[in-house]
Design a protein around this ligand. Structure first.
Ligand code: NAP
Length: 480
């Protein structure tokens, strides 16, 4: 199946933080791929900005070096891509470079300002773009995560951005939404007649959402120790997965229709009592340091793991819990949404009781795909013995080897240029997520409790298993 590429109109993309890690690892390679498949037309320009002093040639050379793995055998595309690049040295908190940047921009094309810089620079950059007349109606501003660190700071940031840009010009990135498989949650639910009639508390026993990482905090200790799993993963990525799984069908696949429905899910979340939350922190092993060693903070009470039971208090989900968990240094790198269906109302088979019932497993990574767990008769004589089998579909296999699944950033950057906000978070959505999580974090800070220790390479602390066991349920194994 050939991928369809719809070329966009020529644009000016200004990339703040152009010398940084995210720009070189994700954004610039993503843009290169889009050019290589023919989506970026001639006449588009990518203007890198950062404080570092260099000319456009030096910037092009640094980008060519970062792209060397992607561009092997694609010299003509690389030359074309490098010819789009320009560079202006700009100080986000000073006056240097702003006038020069304004002069380089064209009035008659879409302009996107991508803020791939630390969050403390979002507001100063927006204000300077405005002061220098660059925040025009054909402009868009893209901000990276984290969007605030609590409700008050998110509100303040929303206010500062909206002083300079309208809400429909602000693109708040949660790169999880750019993953093809995450969008597939909506396709599975709303483009098939099969699942939606069963997608409610009458037929679904519970839902499990897991985002597990094998790595620890590595070099991100400074940031992570202030954030923890709740702010780094739960408030944004897991919340988005929960919303897509639990939301009502929007009337159209349009930015505000989709985001209205996601917002309703967040607003329907019950407060979570302390006994329904487990926090963990990884220990050292023979091969790896402990969390506190990596964070360089022996007294740290920051969690590197969190599991919780949630209730979405509405007509569709009354009585069907959602169990969420995320953590670092776990057994495998894995993201999945697991829908566990209720048992049939009556069993005509005497030995069915121990069966685990139907499950729909949506794998986001690795090996993106869907598995439906079915119960069938075990072949052969010996009476009616039942067994479970997977109806398994890996998207890469089903769609053919020539289909490339683009990286989330590729998709999202081009959505910005096209002016499509469907896969970006609206300001009220972000605020609602903080409003829900703030009291949970405040409670931990008041209590000063230490997170439960867990072994690297495990599924998290024992208490997380108990969170399920006490409800007569169990987590799907990480790495099963
Ligand atoms: P980084 O490697 O530290 O890069 C920061 C960039 O900002 C550099 O290009 C730096 O260039 C520039 N910068 C710093 N101060 C500046 C100033 N006063 N004026 C102008 N430019 C300035 O950070 P990163 O890892 O790329 O992350 C960028 C953003 O993306 C952050 O908000 C981060 O939370 C978010 N993010 C990153 C990742 C990731 O995988 N890296 C993932 C998700 C989200 P100069 O020093 O030359 O000025």
């Amino acid at each position: 199946m050939a991928s369809r590429v719809i070329p966009v109109e020529p644009f000016d993309l200004v990339l703040f933080g152009a010398t940084g890690d995210l720009a070189h690892r994700k954004i610039l390679p993503g843009l290169f791929h889009r050019l290589a498949v023919g989506q970026i037309p001639e006449g588009s320009r990518i203007i890198g900005c950062a404080r570092s002093e260099m000319d456009a040639d030096a910037f092009r050379a640094s980008v060519a070096e970062s792209l060397r793995h992607e561009t092997r055998g694609k010299d003509a595309d690389l030359d074309k891509f490098l010819s789009l690049l320009d560079y202006v040295s700009v100080d986000a908190t000073g006056e240097r470079g702003w006038k020069e940047l304004a002069e380089r921009l064209r009035a008659d094309v879409v302009r996107a300002f991508y803020l791939s810089v630390g969050p403390s620079l979002f507001a100063p950059i927006a204000a300077r773009l405005d002061q220098h007349g660059m925040a025009t109606p054909n402009s868009r501003i893209v901000v990276e995560k984290p969007f605030g660190h609590d409700l008050a700071s998110a509100r303040e940031l929303n206010r500062e951005l909206r002083n300079c840009f309208a809400e429909d010009q602000i693109y708040r990135i949660d790169h999880y939404l750019g993953k093809e498989t995450v969008q597939n949650v909506m396709a599975l639910r709303f483009a098939n007649a099969l699942f939606e009639p069963l997608w409610n508390c009458q037929h679904i026993d519970h839902v499990q959402i897991t985002v597990a990482e094998k790595l620890g905090i590595e070099g991100r200790g400074d940031y992570y120790d202030r954030a923890g799993a709740a702010r780094d993963m739960l408030q944004n990525h897991l919340m988005q997965l929960l919303c897509l799984t639990a939301m009502e069908p929007p009337s159209r696949f349009e930015a505000n229709a989709v985001r209205d429905e996601k917002l309703k899910v967040i607003r329907a979340l019950d407060p979570v009592p302390p006994q329904d939350i487990v926090r963990g922190q990884y220990r050292a092993s023979a091969h790896s340091k402990s969390y506190v060693q990596e964070a360089g903070n022996p007294d740290s009470t920051t969690e590197s793991f969190i599991a919780m039971k949630l209730h979405v208090s509405n007509w569709r989900w009354g009585g069907t819990p959602f169990y969420l968990r995320t953590g670092k240094r776990l057994r495998e790198r894995l993201s999945e949404i697991v829908i566990i269906f209720r048992d049939p109302p009556h069993s005509i088979f005497p030995r069915m009781d121990h069966r685990r019932g139907n499950a729909l497993i949506i794998r986001l990574q690795p090996d993106e795909g869907v598995t439906l767990r079915m119960t069938i008769k075990e072949p052969g004589p010996g009476g009616m013995r039942l067994t479970e089998v997977p109806l398994d579909m890996t998207f890469a296999e089903a769609l053919g080897a020539d289909v490339e699944i683009p990286d989330a950033y590729e998709r999202l950057v081009m959505d910005v240029i096209r002016g499509d906000q469907t896969l970006f978070m609206r300001g009220d959505e972000v605020e609602a997520a903080w409003e829900w999580i703030d009291p949970i974090i405040a409670r931990w800070q008041e209590s000063g409790d230490r997170p439960a220790p867990y072994d690297p390479g495990s599924s998290g602390p024992e208490d997380a298993l108990m969170l399920m066991h006490r409800d007569g349920r169990r987590w799907r194994e990480i790495g099963s």
